[in-house]
Write a protein that binds this ligand. Structure first.
Ligand code: PGA
Length: 249
C-alpha cells in the first residue's frame, strides 16, 4: 500500500498540530493509502492523542543512535515508542546539510530505529551539481551502501526509502515522473546488489521534493514510486488531504 507521509519540519506548535489533525481527519475518511505525520518532538504527545481512532500514523523527524545517556538535545527510540510513534525520518538532507549528519550517523540512527521497533524513512537524494555531473546513480548508491551497512534483511524489509532530490526540496521544482522512476529503479538495483531482488522489490520507495496536489498523481502513477514524503504541502490540511486523496494505489 502506498504511504503519504507529511514532514512538518520545524513548523506548528502543539495546539496548531492538534487543530490540523481535527481538520484533516474528516477530509481523508475514504483514503486508500497509509497516512503518516512526521511532527516536531513537542507535538508528539498532542498528536498521538488527536489521531486516536483515525487512520493517521505518527512519525518523528529524527532519532538518537544511543538508548540513553549524555546526548544533549537528542531523543531516543524508547522515548518515541512510548507515544506510539511508528515512523521516523532518518538522514533528511536538511539534517545532512545543516546539522552534520553523515552516512555513518545515519547508519547508527537506522540501527537504533530498528532496535526500538520503529520504521525508519531513510532519505537519499542528489544535489543539483551531482545531477549535472551525471553521477546521481553512483552518489545515491553510495548513500545507500553506507547507510545500510550491517543492517540485516529482516530489518531492511521494514525500511521505507524516500528519494528526495535536494534541488526539488522546498523549491517548487519537482523531479519529472520519469526522473523519479528512473532513480527509484536505480535504488532497487542497489538494494538487489546489497540484498536480493525479492527483498529489493518489497522495500517501499517514496518520492519527496515539492510534491503537491497538482503533480502527485503523475508521480504516484510510476511503478516504483509507492508514495510521497511531503513538506510544504503537508502544512495545510486541505492541501495535504488532496494529495492523500489523489493516491489511487
Ligand atoms: P517539500 O519538502 O515538499 O517542501 O519540498 C519535502 C521534504 O523535505 O521532505
Amino acid at each position: 500500500m502506498n504511504l503519504i507521509a507529511g514532514n512538518w519540519k520545524m513548523n506548528k506548535t502543539s495546539d496548531e498540530a492538534k487543530a490540523f489533525v481535527a481538520e484533516l481527519i474528516p477530509l481523508i475518511r475514504k483514503a486508500k493509502c497509509e497516512v503518516a505525520l512526521c511532527v516536531p518532538f513537542t507535538c508528539i504527545d498532542g498528536v498521538s492523542k488527536a489521531i486516536k481512532g483515525s487512520k493517521i500514523k505518527l512519525g518523528a523527524q529524527n532519532i538518537a543512535w544511543a538508548d540513553h545517556g549524555a546526548f544533549t538535545g537528542e531523543v531516543s527510540g524508547a522515548m518515541l515508542a512510548e507515544f506510539g510513534v511508528e515512523y521516523v525520518i532518518v538522514g533528511h538532507s536538511e539534517r545532512r546539510q545543516m546539522f552534520g549528519e553523515t552516512n555513518e550517523t545515519v547508519n547508527k540512527r537506522l540501527k537504533a530505529a530498528f532496535k526500538s521497533g520503529l520504521k525508519p524513512i531513510l532519505c537519499v537524494g542528489e544535489s543539483n551539481e551531482t545531477r549535472m555531473a551525471g553521477i546521481t546513480r553512483e552518489f545515491i548508491g553510495g548513500q545507500l551502501r553506507n547507510a545500510l551497512e550491517d543492517i540485516p534483511a529482516e530489518d531492511v524489509l521494514k525500511l521505507t526509502i524516500a528519494y528526495e532530490p535536494i534541488w526539488a526540496i522546498g523549491t517548487g521544482l519537482t523531479a519529472t515522473p520519469e526522473q523519479a522512476e528512473s532513480t527509484a529503479k536505480s535504488i532497487r538495483r542497489t538494494l538487489t546488489g546489497l540484498y536480493d531482488s525479492k527483498i529489493s522489490a518489497k522495500i517501499r520507495i517514496l518520492y519527496g521534493g515539492s510534491m503537491n496536489a497538482g503533480n502527485a498523481s503523475a508521480l504516484l502513477a510510476q511503478n516504483n514510486i509507492k508514495g510521497g514524503l511531503i513538506g510544504g504541502a503537508s502544512l495545510k490540511a486541505a492541501d495535504f488531504a488532496s494529495i492523500i486523496n489523489y493516491d489511487k494505489n
